[in-house]
Design a protein around this ligand. Structure first.
Ligand SMILES: CC(C)(COP(=O)(O)OP(=O)(O)OC[C@H]1O[C@@H](n2cnc3c(N)ncnc32)[C@H](O)[C@@H]1OP(=O)(O)O)[C@@H](O)C(=O)NCCC(=O)NCCS
Length: 197
């Protein structure tokens, strides 16, 4: 008889599972990797990109590395890799909804480097992420929002068939300390299925 039980080493899971690889016609959506920092910095240092999405332009490659680590730890954000160049041209995320408390509700977000604007990449990536959210994660609803001044994101949201649901006034404080409203939209799983037909 053993007097003392051998103490089992308890394994503490600290890592979130990575996002799955998704494909569209022109893009591969995959987990970020620390080696993506140069590509991320190339678009994220611009003052035209981050401020439209609520984050400050990256001041250094180290900023990009920190953001990438945060994306990897969160397990909610894909790197948008352009197939023809093999470069990371932006990011797209499906986050836990911060407004709704019902289970499984998600929130879409995206950002793309300026040199790739106007080619329909954000909508192409979003369509695949919406498919993943509704069909594989069984999200009952997916929300998305933009600042009132962001006409570009508004157009993407319209093209994706979201419904406008309202504007939250004085909703978010920006890195420059100004306060902005956010314009909110959503798509129900039933609406997504109807659109697919
Ligand atoms: C919003 C964003 C992701 C749109 O991506 P995209 O792939 O360029 O989207 P689209 O190609 O569908 O273009 C959307 C609209 O942007 C505008 N647009 C296109 N090219 C543009 C350019 N070079 N400069 C300014 N606006 C442009 C057009 O109004 C276009 O609408 P249209 O297709 O009806 O003409 C991208 O502009 C971006 O990353 N912006 C900065 C970050 C951001 O705003 N993130 C979203 C936060 S809610």
């Amino acid at each position: 008889m053993r007097l003392f039980k051998k103490r089992r080493k308890r394994r503490i899971e600290t890592t979130t599972p990575p996002v799955p690889v998704l494909q569209t016609e022109r893009l591969v959506l995959r987990s970020f990797d620390e080696n993506d920092a140069v590509d991320v910095y190339a678009y994220a240092h611009s003052n035209q990109v981050g401020p439209m999405a609520g984050w400050a332009p990256h001041a250094s490659i180290e900023d990009s590395r920190k953001t990438i680590r945060m994306f990897i730890d969160g397990g909610e954000v894909w790197a948008m890799v352009e197939k023809k160049s093999g470069r990371v041209i932006g990011s797209i995320g499906l986050h836990k909804d911060t407004v709704r408390s019902i289970g499984g509700a998600k929130e879409l977000g995206y950002a793309l480097g300026e040199t790739h604007w106007g080619q329909g990449y954000a909508a192409e990536a979003s369509q695949e992420v919406l498919r993943y959210g509704f069909e594989e994660l069984a999200a009952p609803i997916i929300g998305v929002s933009h600042f009132p001044t962001n006409g570009q994101s508004k157009r993407v949201i319209e093209k994706l068939g979201f419904s406008y649901e309202g504007t939250i006034r004085h909703a978010q404080q920006l890195p420059d300390d100004s306060i902005t409203d956010i314009v909110c939209y959503s798509l129900l799983k039933s609406e997504y299925e109807e659109q697919k037909k």
